[in-house]
Design a protein around this ligand. Structure first.
Ligand SMILES: Nc1ncnc2c1ncn2[C@@H]1O[C@H](COP(=O)(O)OP(=O)(O)O)[C@@H](O)[C@H]1O
Ligand SMILES: [Mg+2]
Length: 420
């Protein structure tokens, strides 16, 4: 029987085929992008499943791809060190069936007996990009080949990295490079990629040369359920002694339909359940949630706690508003949406003026805001999905209808409320 961390892998860059849930519409966009003979750009929130998505489709289509992780290189050196270490790691060539003088030269660039490392270095110094393309082509045979600049958000503040990426994209216009037929994909969080290149005066050139996929967004409820079902019940074969539908609903709601968060929350609960005779019960859910709050949600927890009213303050308006936004089903909301929830939940607000709009505005200000205004300034949304998840899990009402937060090492809170 597998262990929890072999099933739920929220931080794994490698795709686990047993846990991968199909995402038909997103997958279709990637397949179609592959049919165009162009580079492509894929974006979406951190943890939304971009890397797993391209890895799934590339494996299925037997596409040869090599990842340059933009988060690894340092600002000053740009991406060259990453190119060099990739070229070095590509190892002994599989001889390609393409018999062509230039490709033979490419092979020679990459390996040459004991002189290999020096040859690589010399060639690399002359033309890093060509050496990279040649190495990629030599290791790809006749297959389609891609270089993927992943975690692009880590490149946007580095003119040097941006220049390296732009050069790789533009290179395809030049027959010297296009010869190797290596395509480029950029994968990252920001949505408007062209605007980042515009700072470097490349915008026009780039926008013509890269095809943008629709955003990789949230999972559907069913996709989310299928991660839970497969992980806990098909692979781990755990027992459950709470209502299963309620349990699944709880996980779906509190992971905000983001694949990484679904897997992270499941992992915490599974680790607890493992110790409890492989049984999911109230205790394992409680303790699992608390470990998650203490671990990866730690800074969100602190940020929300800092905005709460003092425990003994007579009126708890800010807490009431915080609670209401954590229970609001809309991703974008305005003060009317929140006011309605406040009035429904808290009897002491019935006949008094509650300054919801002022409170929301305060929550969007300061150094670590909880909310952000929407681009049209008419409403608000959470500063990021983790803040939303954290608020939903940490805030609850006690028997007197007062807002409380789950204490990280106490034994309160979630227990009573996780089903609601
Ligand atoms: N289709 C999927 N099915 C199941 N789990 C997924 C899927 N896509 C992503 N995940 C989970 O989410 C985590 C983050 O996915 P990843 O592709 O690395 O996100 P991104 O690249 O957008 O930051 C993965 O490690 C995995 O646990
Ligand atoms: Mg990724």
């Amino acid at each position: 029987m597998p262990l929890p961390a072999e099933v739920f892998t929220p931080r794994s860059a490698d795709i686990n085929p047993k846990m991968y849930v199909e995402r038909p519409s997103q997958e279709k966009s990637v397949r179609q992008a592959l049919l165009r003979d162009s580079n492509f750009f894929m974006h979406g929130e951190s943890g939304s499943g971009k890397s797993w998505l391209y890895k799934k489709i590339f494996a299925e289509k037997r596409i040869s791809y090599f990842v340059i992780d933009c988060s690894k290189a340092t600002e000053a050196e740009g991406l060259r060190p990453a190119y060099l270490s990739l070229v070095r790691s590509l190892g002994v060539l599989k001889k390609t069936s393409v018999s062509d003088e230039r490709l033979a030269t490419a092979d020679a660039i990459v390996v040459k007996g004991s002189q290999r490392q020096t040859t690589i270095k010399e060639n690399f110094e002359q033309d890093p990009l060509e050496t990279l393309f040649a190495a990629v082509r030599s290791n790809s045979g006749k297959k389609q080949a891609f270089i993927i600049f992943d975690n692009f958000e880590h490149a946007i503040n580095s003119p040097k990295k941006m220049e390296d990426i732009a050069s790789a994209i533009i290179a395809r216009d030049n027959s010297q490079y296009d010869y190797y037929n290596v395509r480029i994909a950029i994968v990252g969080v920001p949505d408007d990629i062209v605007s980042y290149f515009s700072k470097q005066n490349f915008s026009q050139t780039i926008s013509n040369r890269i095809f943008e996929l629709p955003e990789v967004g949230r999972l559907t409820g069913d996709q989310c359920k299928s991660i839970i079902e497969r992980g806990f019940f098909e692979l781990l074969k755990y027992k459950i002694n709470v209502n299963k539908e309620d349990f699944v609903r709880f996980l779906v709601r509190n992971s905000d339909l983001i694949p990484q968060h679904v897997q992270a929350l499941c992992l915490e609960i599974a680790i607890e359940a493992h110790e409890r005779n492989k049984t999911i019960d109230i205790e394992s859910i409680n303790t699992g949630v608390r470990s998650w709050l203490r671990g990866s949600l730690h800074s969100e927890y602190a940020r929300i706690s800092a905005r709460m009213n003092k425990r003994n303050s007579r009126r708890q308006r800010r807490n009431q508003v915080l609670y209401a936004i954590s229970r609001c089903s809309k991703h974008e909301f305005n003060y009317l949406d929140i006011e309605q929830i406040v009035k429904n939940e808290f009897s002491d607000t019935q006949d008094v003026a509650v300054n919801v709009s002022g409170t929301l505005s305060t929550l969007a200000q300061g150094e670590n805001p909880i909310l952000r205004r929407t681009p049209d300034s008419k409403g608000y949304r959470f500063a990021n999905p983790k803040t939303r998840i954290c608020a939903g899990l940490m805030l609850h009402l006690d028997e007197d209808g007062v807002v409380n937060r789950t204490l990280l090492d106490g034994d309160d809170g979630v227990k009573a409320k996780w089903l609601s």
